[in-house]
Design a protein around this ligand. Sequence first.
Ligand code: KG4
Ligand code: ZN
Length: 333
Amino acid sequence: MICLGIESSCDETAVAIIKDGRKVLANVVSTQIPIHKKFGGVVPEIASRKHLTNIAFVVKEALDNAGLTFKDIDYIGVTYGPGLIGALLVGVAYAKSLAYALDIPIVPTHHIEGHIAANYLTYEELKPPFMALVVSGGHSHLIHVKDYVDFDILGKTRDDAVGEAFDKVARVLGLPYPGGPEVSKLAREGEFTYDLPKTKFENYDFSFSGIKTAVINIAHKEGEKLRRADLACSFEQTVTDELIENCMAAMKEYNITKVALAGGVSANLVLREKLQKACKERKYECFLPDLKYCTDNAAMIASAAHYNFVCGKKYDIKDKLDLNAIANLKIGE
Ligand code: KG4
Ligand code: ZN
């Protein structure tokens, strides 16, 4: 079965073609980062307009790269939430018109379920159940992936997402958007010398606004004397420790011995190394998505769509043309 995946929830217009849920035939990502960089973050209206001008070209490039035509596509998987509503609508409207024109099914797909599925593209053998540590620009979740379409949220952030915290810290350190890779690069030149707060709740929730505010306060207080690289390093070390400690505690309680990292922040090398080390110490299996599938792409969406399709996931819509984008779509819906 050949699936054409479409992702347009934020600032990447992405289209991929994959076979049987795991074999990537084409994966095209047209990023808008250089455009939004000037504004220090994503401007939603600009993002929607760029998706609109890009999408048909990105689809054509994906088909050309795979050596296929529209006739070869069996169904379409599209991100319908969560994300920026105007941006999502471009992908959803395109997917609906293409599915109508080709008379093929459309499989609405959750963006975070896509990030989790990035691991299926990297590890042929990976099957649920496992724990997913989801760390993206908009989400931080601990999810028990009980089956391909059965998710149990064990914890989530009560305020900022971890990627969002990286982006805000980058801004206060004078680094460009997106901040995660920049903070990480600067951190490599520094040492863990600033004492920053970690949050612990009675359940497995996260919170990153306290550490973000602490970083901002230190930067303002120290001014010229600020040791920027040390602060970047201390921030990276503290947030990654919080993520790993929470994840390991949840795995122990729920008796889960496999963990997969997911979302844009899974490209963070410190987090990847710490998760691997923590798993090795406990004899857990650790799955890290290939770097090209960490940040937003459509191959992961097509993979998640495949499992929605083969598992016969039910949606609350009568006809594919009734599909709408949902900005705050909950996982598992
Ligand atoms: O998953 P993603 O591409 O978009 C959302 O679904 O939100 O994640 C983007 C986020 C941004 O906040 C970016 O700063 C962060 O992922 N990010 C990183 C790294 N690469 C991307 N954060 C830390 N270290 C990285 N290497
Ligand atoms: Zn994402």
